[in-house]
Design a protein around this ligand. Structure first.
Ligand code: NAD
Length: 366
């Protein structure tokens, strides 16, 4: 049995029962070196509460590197409320959980800011925001970025274009064969945008209803497994993580992997296997950071939406070029180089004099 690796270098971890529900509210603040720790609030069933805590700690650690790599002036955090087996989430239970979470977040005085994640959406962030200012990814109606899907999609499209430029010498995606696995919120926006730019699409989803999109766009529809192994220029996994195992990596026939799914590789070491096979892998936390970058630009740094979107796309494309070029120069795998990019920004921030804390930033904003 593999031991689960859990990061143990958090600035602050708390697990306290909610006053209303008694359910444990888990908050992991991995790092505030670059700014308030931002990360989604996950409300879902786990087999045991400890699995929820492990998820919270792994994801908050990953958020630090995701935020540092995009240099958006935020740190890494996460919160989890594990639901007991069989519990159905009525609106009353959901609101009681959100009130419990809002109360605990507020007590942290801005060190942690929640966002939408599995089991929560922009409207839940609006609900929390009515009790504490430390909730982002709010609805547009409430003055927020409207969740993270739009930003994540736009950043991913820019990442694919930059990867095509570096890895394939392509000045546009026109004529490229692109396989998208997973046609949910992000995969659907991506398919439409790439089709409009002249790409030839191969689309797949476990939900047969999504075939209608393939028909509408004149794309080839196939089973997810076949799309993963299809001969194509770019493979964009936009459903689940862990899909590129050592075995799958040995069978892939794409030239670039760049998708929205978290943790696309089953292990970081698969990146070296892909490099050896001449496949360029854009690390997930570089490719899918657009939602975080856009929402924090609009809601934390108060940029106008158009400016925030331009900065999101430009920043992600630059990161993709840096990482893939470094990889081509033999400086390391794309995963190692992406982590190093984030680490350099963390080290540089630690070497500078102390910055104002989140509570001071909030006070200064009024
Ligand atoms: P979504 O839930 O809207 O869509 C996921 C789609 O994948 C669904 O259509 C589902 O039917 C399909 N799917 C599930 N299992 C599949 C399988 N085995 N094979 C093929 N298709 C399968 O999710 P989304 O918001 O589009 O996000 C896509 C991925 O990107 C998720 O893994 C998500 O965690 C990740 N991500 C999303 C964001 C964001 O802002 N939405 C940010 C970072 C990462």
């Amino acid at each position: 049995m593999h031991a689960i690796q859990i990061p143990t270098d958090h600035e602050h971890v708390q697990v306290k029962p909610g006053r209303r529900t008694g359910l444990p509210v888990m908050i992991g603040i991995h790092s505030t070196t670059l700014g308030p720790a931002i990360g989604g609030l996950r409300i879902k069933h786990y087999d045991t509460p400890s699995e929820g805590l492990a998820d919270c700690l792994r994801l908050s650690h990953a958020m630090t590197y995701k935020a540092a790599a995009i240099d958006n002036g935020t740190g890494g955090g996460k919160s989890v409320v594990p639901l007991p087996a069989g519990a159905s989430v009525t609106r009353a239970l959901k609101e009681a959980i959100l009130l419990d979470v809002a109360e605990q977040i507020h007590d942290l005085q801005g060190a942690y800011m929640a966002g939408p994640d599995v089991g929560t959406g922009p409207e839940d962030m609006d609900f929390i925001f009515r009790r504490t200012p430390w909730a982002g990814g709010r609805s547009k109606a409430a003055g927020g970025a409207g969740g993270t899907t739009e930003g994540t999609f736009a950043g991913l499209e820019s990442a694919i274009e930059a990867a095509a430029e570096v890895a394939l010498g392509a000045s546009s995606v026109s004529g490229l064969r692109i396989a998208i696995v997973g046609l949910g919120g992000i995969g659907t926006l991506l398919a439409r945008a790439l089709k409009a730019k002249g790409a030839s699409l191969l689309l797949a989803d476990i939900d047969p209803a999504r075939e209608a999109l393939a028909r509408e766009l004149g794309a080839t529809w196939c089973a997810p497994h076949d799309a993963m192994l299809a001969e194509c220029d770019v493979l964009a996994p936009c459903a689940l993580g862990g899909v590129v195992t050592p075995e799958v990596a040995g069978q892939l026939r794409c030239r670039v992997i760049c998708g929205a799914a978290n943790n696309i590789l089953s292990h970081d070491a698969v990146a070296a296997q892909l490099r050896a096979r001449g496949i360029d892998y854009v690390p997930d936390f570089i490719a899918n950071a657009g939602g975080l970058k856009y929402a924090s630009a609009v809601e934390v740094h108060r940029q106008a939406p158009a400016e925030a979107m331009r900065g999101t796309c430009r920043g992600i494309a630059e990161n993709v070029r840096t990482v893939l070029r470094g990889c081509w120069d033999g400086a390391g795998t794309s995963v190692e180089l992406a982590l190093a990019l984030g680490q350099r920004r963390l080290d540089a921030a630690l070497a500078r004099p102390a910055r104002p804390g989140p509570a001071q930033m909030q006070a200064a904003r009024g």
